[in-house]
Design a protein around this ligand. Structure first.
Ligand SMILES: Nc1nc2c(ncn2[C@@H]2O[C@H](COP(=O)(O)OP(=O)(O)O)[C@@H](O)[C@H]2O)c(=O)[nH]1
Ligand SMILES: [Mg+2]
Length: 365
């Protein structure tokens, strides 16, 4: 199960954004609440292709892809040093596969700002610094243990390499840079996965705007150029307004969206961007029993796809029968016609699965 954690300063609109995404109706408050348990919700990934396949196959059951969103309590300055909800908050962050970082741009005088002014670049920096500080803490502990072992000449060759690497990572963090900017090999990434470093997690910035802040928004210029230099992405969301929109009839909603100059509801935009950020793709299995969308990492092969469905399918994998969703639709949703046209293919283990592939695994166990 993929988890997306929502982080940001108190009163930046995290619970509001969570509600936009999940339609869950979590409590939103104009003051910081002392709540420590995060709100959680499973969200189906909106996908028109999946909906269409359900229409075509009329299966007994259907299951879209899903992602879990977790609305974490606010992160305040010095959380890493144990201030506020600090450490319990950070432990929830470390469970997340990706982070949505909500930054307040809206100016609402009835909602106090913890730093007393609207300054998205500063707020972003405060939260990033806390994440860096937490990763440094993790490294410091590990370094102490490894150095102790080294003094006793008990380091394995693997630990020697690890020690060298995390010394470098420490220097990088002390430079106030997130670990995702450090060039790690795939092998190093695997070796570090147990640390659950927060600044190594993919992160998407969510700019939470008032519905008056359309078009040019001077308040975000500083942050946008900072993000660009870091190679990070941002999405604009009209948190409070889009939360209200989710309560409206679809027709009224479309009218409102025109006013905001957005084509896709904030909910779909956020889920899609989070999905892309994680480097995820969907493939489908379909038949009269079940139509299902499955989540896979970009670059995964046919055996990985088989294993996502069931370990037996990976173990006894023979071939994958594959047709791209677009080809299937272009051929009147007829497998026979797809075969005739040569767009239905038999692929081996090394085949790299593409977004929208419809797959049937041939296996033997
Ligand atoms: N005007 C305006 N108010 C917002 C917006 N997003 C959140 N708020 C208000 O800010 C307050 C805090 O929001 P909440 O989602 O609870 O923030 P959290 O502490 O980050 O979870 C609530 O009163 C919200 O109604 C927004 O986009 N515009
Ligand atoms: Mg909240």
């Amino acid at each position: 199960m993929l988890k997306c954690g929502i982080i940001g300063l108190p009163l930046s609109g995290k619970s509001t954004v969570f509600n936009v995404i999940t339609r869950a109706g979590a409590e939103v408050k104009p003051y910081a609440s002392g709540k420590t348990e995060p709100n959680r919700a499973l969200v189906n990934v909106p996908d028109e292709r999946f909906d269409r396949l359900v229409e075509i196959f009329k299966p007994k059951s259907e299951k879209p892809a899903d992602v879990e969103f977790v609305d974490l309590a606010g992160l305040s300055k010095d959380a890493g040093k144990g201030a506020g909800l600090g450490n319990s908050f950070l432990s929830f962050v470390s469970e997340s596969d990706a982070l949505l970082h909500v930054v307040r741009v809206f100016n609402n005088s009835s909602v106090p700002h913890p730093e007393n002014s609207i300054d998205p670049l500063r707020d972003f920096g405060i939260v990033e610094a806390e994440l860096i500080y937490r990763d440094l803490g993790v490294i410091t502990n590990r370094l102490a243990r490894l150095e102790e072992k080294k003094a006793k000449k008990k380091l394995t060759p693997q630990e020697t390499a690890e020690l060298e690497l995390i010394h470098e990572l420490e220097a990088h963090l002390l430079d106030e840079k997130p670990l995702r900017d450090y060039p790690l090999t795939d092998e190093q990434k695997r070796a570090l996965s147990g640390y659950a470093f927060l600044t190594l997690k993919p992160e998407l910035v969510v700019l939470n705007l008032d519905d008056t802040q359309t078009g040019e928004v001077p308040e975000i210029h500083g942050l946008m150029s900072e993000l660009e230099s870091r190679g990070m992405k941002a999405v604009r969301v009209y948190g409070a307004t889009e939360m209200e929109l989710e309560q409206l009839d679809p027709e009224d909603r479309i009218e409102f969206m025109k006013d905001l100059a957005v084509t896709e509801p904030g909910r779909d935009r956020l889920i899609h961007e989070a999905y892309k950020l994680l480097g995820l793709i969907s493939f489908f299995t379909s038949g009269s029993d079940e139509v299902r969308a499955w989540t896979l990492r970009e670059g995964a092969n046919a055996v990985d796809a088989a294993g996502t469905i069931h370990s037996d399918l990976a173990r006894g994998f023979i071939r994958a029968q594959v047709v791209a969703y677009d080809d299937f639709i272009a051929n009147n949703a007829s497998i026979a016609q797809c075969r005739e046209k040569g767009v239905l293919r038999l692929e081996g283990k090394e085949y790299v699965v593409k977004d929208g592939d419809m797959i049937e695994i041939r296996f033997n166990v």
